[in-house]
Design a protein around this ligand. Structure first.
Ligand code: DGL
Length: 282
């Protein structure tokens, strides 16, 4: 566990399921030379209704497994897991003597949102776990204390998107009702605080209005990962060659593959089933 990360190792990206593939998509486009290892904890999806203790435990198990495999950076491509576990995971890695950095989605998205707003009113759409954690309030205030965040928990949206019918009348009505409080609060910038929501971005943009700026986890994290790798001297040289990317999940690999391509918008290839048998980080 005390091994030093090296530039030739992959970047690890994990999520509760396929949602984090929207983050991986941005990484593959922005940093194509890197190798990536993606793990979706589909067996325990959704994370959005889990307790903070569960999310810390799951994140520690996944991190132990990925570190055992050998990775140079851990990206928590899940808002719910980031809200509960990013600080805890950094502490656990430090105690284990690991030099591998941990990047979550909340702080980078909050910094982008605070920079984007013109009237200081920012909206958040996220899972119940993420909204209840208050992590975005703290991060947005940390980025700029003169901003005001209006948060809306959307408990039904990620499961409906995952189920595969993002454009039917039920989803349109759902999206409209979740956007109502944000329109009433006159926000000019909206954070998509769940990795599934970029799949209904056009519906959200139509409901919120064309002049509202939408911030996604993928945009924010790609820049942060590049910075983190660069300052650690772990970036692969931009030789023009494309890196490899691999997938594993804790549930049914075929189900992951079927849903996953819609989220990744790139060919997925094979998916391995994995057991999180490396224990966890104490
Ligand atoms: N990936 C999760 C997140 O960003 C959404 C899906 C879930 O509830 O697990 O919060």
């Amino acid at each position: 566990m005390g091994d030093q990360p090296t530039a030739d190792l992959p970047v690890a990206v994990f999520d509760s399921g396929v949602g984090g593939l929207t983050v991986l998509h941005e990484l593959l486009v922005s940093l194509p030379a890197e190798d990536y290892l993606y793990l979706g904890d589909t067996e325990r999806f959704p994370y959005g209704s889990r307790s903070p203790d569960e999310l810390r435990q799951f994140s520690a198990e996944i991190a132990a497994h990925l570190l055992e495999t050998g990775v140079k950076l851990l990206v928590i491509a899940c808002n719910s897991a980031t809200a509960a576990a990013v600080t805890d995971l950094r502490e656990r890695l430090k105690r284990a003597g690991s030099e591998v950095g941990v990047i979550g989605v909340i702080e980078p998205e909050s910094v982008l949102a605070a920079a984007a707003t013109r009237n200081g009113r920012i909206g958040l759409l996220a899972t119940s776990a993420t909204v209840a954690s208050g992590a975005y309030e703290a991060a947005v205030r940390g980025a700029d204390p003169h901003t005001r965040l209006t948060s809306v928990a959307c408990p039904d949206l990620a499961p409906v998107i995952q189920a595969g019918s993002p454009f039917d009348a039920e989803v349109v009505a759902m999206v409209r009702s979740y956007c109502e409080p944000l329109k009433a609060a006159d926000v000019d910038t909206v954070i998509l605080g769940c990795t599934h929501y970029p799949l209904v971005r056009p519906l959200l943009q139509r409901s919120l209005g064309a002049d509202v700026e939408i911030i996604t986890s993928g945009d924010a994290v790609a820049r942060r990962v590049e910075h983190a790798l660069s300052i650690r001297d772990l970036l692969k040289p931009r030789s023009g060659a494309e890196g490899r990317y691999q997938f594993s999940c804790t549930g049914d690999p075929e189900a992951f593959r079927e849903v996953g391509e819609r989220f990744l918008q790139l060919p997925l290839g094979s998916v391995e089933r994995t057991n999180l048998d490396s224990g966890d980080l104490t």
